[in-house]
Design a protein around this ligand. Sequence first.
Ligand code: FES
Length: 128
Amino acid sequence: MDDASTGSNHTQPANPVQGGKRGAQVVSIDCLRQLKERKRLVLELRAPRERILVLWSRRGPYAVESHCPHRLLPLDDAEISGGELTCRAHGWSFSLETGECTNPPSRGAALRRYPVWVADGLLCLDRM
Ligand code: FES
């Protein structure tokens, strides 16, 4: 089943697989080599449709929604520095660890984060 694809600048991942614990909706994607080389990938998931920015750091992967909560513009090319993601449109920043908006100080805005990990050479992401 073709459940996931990377953004238009990336090649189609092989072997997307769904499964996992009860209540979870885990997608496993064979894109780890690409992610480590490029440091970021945009995943286009279907049913439900989601656009997810996956980042690779020394601590491992992070996955966040790729739409800024400010005006819902894409975060595909967001600046990443010091554990924060900054939207290029108007400069709002978000913690990659918590998703909280750090600049301007939180008004309740936050990025949706997805649990993400590596298992058996695949990138695994829980969509719950
Ligand atoms: S759309 Fe991201 S800061 Fe405005």
